[in-house]
Design a protein around this ligand. Structure first.
Ligand SMILES: Cc1ncc(COP(=O)(O)O)c(C=O)c1O
Length: 341
């Protein structure tokens, strides 16, 4: 199927850019994950999990509905990739997720169910409405629904062990630190396992937002139990750095004002954490995972006065390294996918 190959081709191999100035003591590189076709690092996990389920022959085109609790980006990625491959998707999302995220998921054509959970679905037993709702739906219709369960699915780990990790190593053999946030832990553990296999001295830093945070996609591990996927390999994380909402939003502004980069809030949190790490180093080459760009965060950036409407519009149009993401922001998605299949 042509749409499969064309989506496949565009997932991964994202650009890695130098953020610091040449000659700086500590060099910071950012991996720009919004270059994925559905706009975030989660395209990788979604594609790997669907490919694996296809290999295990548990999906039926035209029949299977992929049901997944998600805080946003996995929803967008699963909705888009499922659509391209001929599956339906139903996403269960906390109502606190941004309106723009919900609009994008609906525009792609997936069904959206909302629950009153924290921003990042809790993965611990019995605490989380959206996981409970997903389990109830599957129990009632086991023949129609499949839950890939990003919180425990090994393919989420392998997307980064086989994709992101080798990409980073391939472009920077002397990487000293890898810094990323945690939703499921797939990114952090997958990249960590690969880089440490290549060089056991690479340090892996996990970024955690404050309690009751507003950083869509990230998890505070005091508030919410570590997901199964993270627990399996938690020893790979050398250090955790905490970042407040204010620090993350300031970093979002700094990146826009000084580097003309328009990032989402989790990239701001990662950049703020990297500054804290870099302060303690004499030298190093740090790779930062920038999960998504700022375009779907107007309501958040407005609420927390990160940008004025004029600034937001300006950076949405003129920021550096901001691809058109035509599957999300331009032509209607359905037309585009139909044309490719
Ligand atoms: C914006 C954002 N940043 C970071 C992450 C962390 O990714 P992972 O689930 O691989 O831990 C996510 C995941 O949902 C995300 O949406």
């Amino acid at each position: 199927m042509q749409s499969y190959t064309s989506i496949l081709k565009h997932v991964g191999n994202t650009p890695q850019i130098l953020l610091s100035s040449p000659g700086d003591r500590v060099a910071l590189y950012a991996k720009l994950e919004w270059f994925n076709p559905f706009g975030s690092l989660k395209d990788r996990a979604a594609l790997w999990m669907i490919k694996d389920a296809e290999n295990r022959k548990i999906l039926k085109r035209g029949q299977t509905i992929l049901l997944e609790p998600t805080s946003g980006n996995t929803g967008i990625a699963l909705a888009g990739i499922a659509k391209a491959l001929g599956y339906e998707a139903e996403l269960i999302i906390p109502s606190k997720a941004s309106e723009e995220t919900k609009t994008l998921i609906r525009r792609i054509g997936a069904k959206l169910l909302e629950t009153e959970d924290d921003l990042c679905p809790r993965a611990g037993p019995g605490t989380d409405q959206c996981i409970a709702l997903a389990n109830a739906i599957i129990k009632a219709h086991p023949e129609r629904y499949v839950m890939l369960n990003q919180y425990a699915n090994e393919s989420n780990f392998y997307a980064h062990f086989e994709g992101t990790g080798p990409e980073i190593w391939g472009s920077l053999r002397d990487v000293t630190h890898f810094i990323a946030g945690v939703g499921t832990g797939g990114t952090l553990t997958g990249v960590a396992a690969y880089l440490k296999k290549k060089n056991p001295y690479v340090k892996v830093i996990g970024v955690q937002p404050q309690r009751a945070h507003h950083i869509q996609g990230l998890r505070n591990l005091e508030e919410s139990a570590a997901p199964e996927l993270l627990r399996r390999r938690i020893e790979l994380i050398d250090e955790w750095v905490k970042v407040s909402d204010g620090e993350a939003f300031n970093a979002v502004k700094t990146l826009a004002y000084t580097k003309a980069l328009f990032v989402g809030p989790s990239s701001g949190a990662v950049y703020a954490a990297a500054q804290k790490v870099a302060e303690k180093l004499n030298s190093g080459r740090l790779v930062l995972m920038f999960a998504d760009d700022g375009r779907k965060f107007w309501s958040l950036y407005d609420e927390f006065k990160v940008f004025t409407r004029e600034e937001f519009n300006y950076y949405s149009r003129y920021a550096k390294h901001l691809p058109a993401n035509p599957l999300l922001y331009e032509e209607p998605l359905r037309t585009r996918l139909k044309m490719e299949s």
